[in-house]
Ligand binder design. Structure first.
Ligand code: PEP
Ligand code: MN
Length: 260
């Protein structure tokens, strides 16, 4: 894998392990700043948080929009952590780029080719999630839309696919980790939160991702998950996240990875 600068002071290269964590959605100043501080304390590299949320139901909380972006920028001011947030629409690329350090493409937009092309022209790294109905080959082609348009700073995220198995929210395709690493030159991050669907499965999926050789993890954390406006069941509280981070740090050297 080729190394690249994710943001100032954050250079990613082979053998290193990147930790991205934070709430599913930005819900308010206290929620996001409090979470950012806890992320900083535990050594997380990048704060995540959605401002524009791609919700399956139009009745669900859609995110705070630009207000959420401003709160993310405040959380960065407070902690120094770079932030990643989703850009759902071609029309929002410039707006989201004004605030975010890394631009996220969600699973539902993974084959939005005009969005991908536009992000290929952005001067920010792109965190590209796998479409839950996409094969690995299709996922790689989505990444190629970004790189062929000129942006090679891409983080691939395996976040589970839809299968016949309903016991978990999505089926984490753990095999995609070595396959993507063999077939691309991009870091492969695993999001264990969305395939787990419930907090108690997040740890096992996170740790098995490390064993599979993942270059990083992206985990949802909320100060009070039971009150979260989206993905309440799967977000870890601070104590659960701290405990998992302890296990992650122990597991990494076993699998020849160094915490970045
Ligand atoms: C998210 O990361 O909050 C998200 C919406 O994930 P996905 O696009 O993978 O469903
Ligand atoms: Mn979520």
């Amino acid at each position: 894998m080729a190394g690249f600068e994710i943001t100032d002071n954050l250079y990613f290269e082979d053998g290193k392990f990147l930790m991205i964590a934070g709430p599913c959605a930005v819900e308010g100043r206290e929620q996001v700043v409090e979470t950012a501080k806890h992320m900083k304390r535990t050594g997380v590299h990048v704060l995540r948080g959605g401002a524009f949320k791609p919700r399956t139901s139009p009745d669900s909380f859609q995110g705070l929009g630009e207000e959420g972006l401003k709160l993310l920028a405040e959380a960065r001011e407070e902690t120094g952590l770079p932030v990643v947030t989703e850009v759902m629409d071609v029309e929002h690329v410039n707006l989201v780029s004004k605030y975010a350090d890394i631009l996220q493409v969600g699973s539902r937009n993974s084959q939005n080719f005009s969005l991908l092309r536009k992000l290929g022209k952005a001067d920010k790294p792109v965190l590209l999630k796998r479409g839950f109905g996409n094969t690995i080959e299709e996922f790689i082609n989505s990444a190629r839309y970004v790189s062929l348009a000129g942006n090679n700073r891409i983080l691939l995220v395996e976040r589970g696919i839809r299968t016949f198995e309903p016991s978990t929210r999505f089926t984490l395709d753990i095999g995609s980790v070595p396959v993507l690493q063999e077939k691309t030159d991009f870091p492969v991050i695993v999001d264990p939160s969305h395939p787990a669907g419930v907090a108690r499965y997040v740890g096992p999926l996170a740790l098995s991702s490390i064993a599979a050789g993942a270059d990083g993890l992206m985990i949802e954390v909320h100060p009070e998950p039971e009150k979260a406006l989206s993905d309440a069941n799967q977000q870890l509280n601070f104590q659960q996240f701290t405990d998992l981070m302890g296990k992650i740090r122990k597991a990494l050297p076993v699998f020849d990875k160094e915490y970045l």
